[in-house]
Design a protein around this ligand. Structure first.
Ligand SMILES: [Zn+2]
Length: 181
């Protein structure tokens, strides 16, 4: 599954302009990440850096931000104020998602396993039946990690894909979870 790809570019804009110290809303980055990068620029240290060092510093900052962000997401899923309205595991999450009851989902980036997907209505689950439980059409095998992002887009559910090494608890709970509406 794709990782977030636009963040580094957004941070570079912050650094290059040096004008947006708090620009979470403007850059799409959370306030903290934008502040950290903006602070680096504000110290005047970047003018001595080569392009490679500059790039390396940005990438390091982004990696740190992503890890913090990923850890925080898992904490929110298990212990956040809305953790009572969540589902965990592949089967429950897929089911709730396709019922239109999910408002946000988080999955590890190495989700394993196969699912069956209906060729007509697109329903996905892990049951072995070769016919769709919704419309009775044929179903094909697919990789879960391949069908999940388009499925989330279809139901307009934001899907966060996070590094497995910071999501041990989520991995043990099936590698995926979601917040219900
Ligand atoms: Zn179907």
């Amino acid at each position: 599954m794709p990782r977030r790809g636009s963040g580094a570019k957004a941070a570079l804009v912050v650094l290059a302009t040096g004008t947006d110290r708090t620009g979470g809303a403007a850059t799409g980055l959370p306030g903290n990440a934008a502040c950290n990068v903006g602070f680096t620029a504000g110290c005047g240290t970047i003018e001595h850096l080569s392009t490679a060092e500059f790039q390396s510093r940005i990438e390091s900052e982004m990696r740190k931000w992503e890890r913090d962000h990923d850890k925080n997401l898992v904490d929110q899923l298990f212990n956040g104020p809305e953790s009572a309205r969540t589902v965990l595991g592949v089967d429950d999450t897929l089911f709730r998602l396709q019922e239109g009851l999910v408002r946000g989902a988080v999955a590890i980036n190495h989700l394993e396993g196969g699912v069956r997907q209906c060729v007509k209505c697109g329903w996905i689950d892990r049951t072995p039946d070769s016919t769709c439980p919704v419309c009775g059409s044929a179903r094909l095998l697919a990789y879960l990690r391949a069908v999940l992002p388009p499925l989330a887009r279809r139901y307009k559910v934001p899907l966060e894909v996070i590094a497995q090494d910071v999501a041990d608890r989520l991995s043990k709970a099936g590698g995926i979870g979601a917040w219900l509406k």
